[in-house]
Design a protein. Structure first.
Length: 193
């Protein structure tokens, strides 16, 4: 089960309408590169933060985290045939959704074993220290964003004993082509037993 978050100013339809997540997944399944799994895409704009300089500094994760972890995950696990445990649950997101993923996985590491930040920042070993160890950390961005930051973060994570993967989308920036390619690279890495 992958909880996949959209970016700033978008909604729960972004990954289907712009990201073509359904087509990416269908093609990966058809070619035998992945086994089917459920993707949950939910509305993440639960803040009143207005765009502008310093906007993200006033971003509070509490509201969305409560909806996701206390309401949505229990609902999905009760309503669908899921493996309702940490090792069968991933969280990822693009841009602001990556920021949400970063905050929630650090706050609730007991819920997710796979973390994915798509143009959504990085993790450091210090942030993850003394928390439930993720099975995989996937960090990506476009080559026109900050690829060195992504690559360096993954080197540091690997050096600290984490299974971490970086992906750089060539000749793309902060855009859906980057995130489509990232999902294509991420999906086959999830839920390996």
């Amino acid at each position: 089960m992958l909880y996949l978050q959209h970016g700033w100013g978008e909604d729960e339809t972004a990954w289907s309408n712009q990201g073509h997540a359904n087509l990416i997944m269908d093609n990966l399944i058809a070619t035998g590169k992945i086994q089917p799994f459920i993707i949950v895409m939910t509305y993440g704009m639960t803040n009143d933060v207005k765009p502008g300089p310093g906007a993200f500094k006033s971003f509070k994760i509490d509201y969305f985290q409560t909806v996701l972890t206390d309401e949505l995950i229990p609902y999905v696990d009760a309503s669908f045939r899921t493996r309702a445990d940490r090792v069968h649950r991933a969280m990822g997101g693009l841009s602001m959704g990556g920021m949400e993923t970063h905050m929630i996985t650090l706050n609730k590491p007991e819920l997710f074993a796979y973390y994915a930040l798509l143009s959504g920042g990085t993790y450091s070993p210090d942030e993850l220290k003394d928390k439930a160890k993720p099975k995989l950390i996937f960090i990506s961005c476009g080559s026109k964003e900050r690829p060195d930051g992504v690559k360096n973060a993954v080197v540091a994570l690997k050096g600290a004993g984490y299974d971490a993967v970086s992906y750089i989308s060539e000749n793309t920036a902060h855009e859906f082509l980057t995130w489509r390619r990232s999902l294509y690279e991420l999906a086959p890495l999830l839920f390996k037993e």
